[in-house]
Design a protein around this ligand. Sequence first.
Ligand code: DCT
Ligand code: MG
Length: 397
Amino acid sequence: ISWFTESMSAGRPVPVEIRHYIQNPAVDQRSCTHPSAKPESAVSPYACQRRTTLDNHNKIFTDALEVLAENLELSGNQGPSLAFRKAASVLKSLPAALRRQEETQHLPCLGEHSRAIIEEISECGSSSRVEEILNDERYRTMKLFSSVFGVGPKTAENWFCRGLRTFEQVLSEPSVRLNRMQTAGFLFYEDISKPVSRTEASALKIIVEEAVICVNPSATVSITGGFRRGKEFGHDVDFIIKTPEAGQEDVILPAVIKRFKSQNILLYSDLQESTFDLRKLPTHCFDAMDHFGKCFLIMKLKHEQEMDARAGKDWKAVRVDLVAPPLERFTYALLGWTGSTLFLRDLRRFARLERGKLLDNHALYDKATNTFLPANTEEDIFAHLGLEYIEPWQRNA
Ligand code: DCT
Ligand code: MG
């Protein structure tokens, strides 16, 4: 792990895109249509009633609000952080850039604090609070540490509180014990901290599909997560496997992992066997992971080009997640794994608060009739909830 140099330490400015926008406020001053051309009342406080594409006209504001959110998340303040995430999400759904402060007046989910940040950025081109956070040693160190696969805010904070500031310091500290996931996270950091491109995701799909079909010719693989929402880059590639025969979902992942191992393309695997139990539905714990069999992998993806001479290898390590739900749970799992996290959070909240229904990755349950609502397609789920269908590429809330 000799390539861990000071350059990757928290001592250097974090290359956050927002700096560019803050320093070049003109970048986003190209609004064409006035946002209020659409009646302001049309903006719903629920992300599942907004169409949010990747065409974000308010990046200068949403990047700033997301820094504030991230800073709170890294300090364990999930509640307050959500307020900034929601505010950013509302701005992402607007058809044009905000031009005047008054345009925010009728928008939902914008609290006093978010409005003040927007106002300051509109007037000065940057937010002093955001600048302060971006330069804050704690924020930068926590962000650096939690960028390692397997390192969450708790571990990052523990390392920071012990005076550690760089990867070198963490790795040379005798009292630091890395678990298997973190060891892999450091070992493959250079590769897996780089974004995965759509081309790389497509290449991986072919590899995953080949293995899945070899194990079970009637199974199919679909790409989900951010790539299904149209993103060009992601931090990982998420796949969902559909098995048409009952019970097959439990054996497919171990068999696929075994095949990857025999092909020498598996660098790390964490298989979580299914704990799904139909009798325990509906679940009332909506923020938790679902109970389907899944695995978190680091795979070798061969380069199209020649050897990476510097690294002495002809492959890139890529994070891959696979989930294999039972067939009758597939649609709910597909919807959940497509995200975005905020879109799904609001879809579940909308179902519960506005429709008296419980939605999670396993099922949709109607509390009034005490019945589970069947769904063959995602459209069925939106229809059960009395919502207009939102396409995956419009779920980038
Ligand atoms: N998900 C879920 N339950 C969780 C966590 C995530 O159902 N406890 C869903 C939400 C999105 C999807 O899984 C994939 O998660 P990520 O890969 O983290 O998100 P992404 O949108 O694919 O983002 P990225 O492009 O960075 O990978
Ligand atoms: Mg993903």
